[in-house]
Design a protein. Sequence first.
Length: 223
Amino acid sequence: MRVAPAHRGVAPGRTTLLVIAKEPLPGLVKTRLTPPFTPAEAAQLAEAALSDTLRTVLSLPARRRVLVLDGRPGPWLPPGIEVVAQCTGQLDERLAAAFGGCAGPALLIGMDTPQITTADLTPALSPDAWDGCDAWFGPADDGGFWALGLAAPDPDLVRGVPMSTPETGAVQRRRLVDAGLTVRDLPPLRDVDTAADAAHVAAAAPHGRFASTLARLTGAASR
């Protein structure tokens, strides 16, 4: 485990903020961006998306800020982020293990929504976020989910949910409701999976590193 130096200037909160991600290596991340992008370009976009996501995470109040990483940290990791290794297994098992490592409320997001803002996440991280609430759910436009928060992190609430299907989000939310949890929803967001997704997300957050990286790559391709 690597712990970067503490981030200053942001008040602590009561919730652990988790980011699950892969090391941005060519051929291992954002493979659906190839084509039109090369594997190296797709990895650059993945790194930019992760950097934008972590920058937003650092601006939010949290008890801990944890990157649950498949791979090794690189120079893209800013100070203030704790790093733990992902477990092996399918995505549901890795998400379950990430929650299993938390004591107290936890909110998990991915690296595929670099357009997230503090406003998107503030409801689930405010001082009263868990008053009368057991879970927070952020639906993704593709049928999945971009955020999942649990007041009492129970790995069995995630384990066994089929991942990367058009029904993933509906199944996960139903799992929460069937467990008797009170669920509140965050706004829907679009994941970056395809080149069309990348263009949409860059337009939604035009001043981020992801948008500038996409502009550079698409500009180079047009010359």
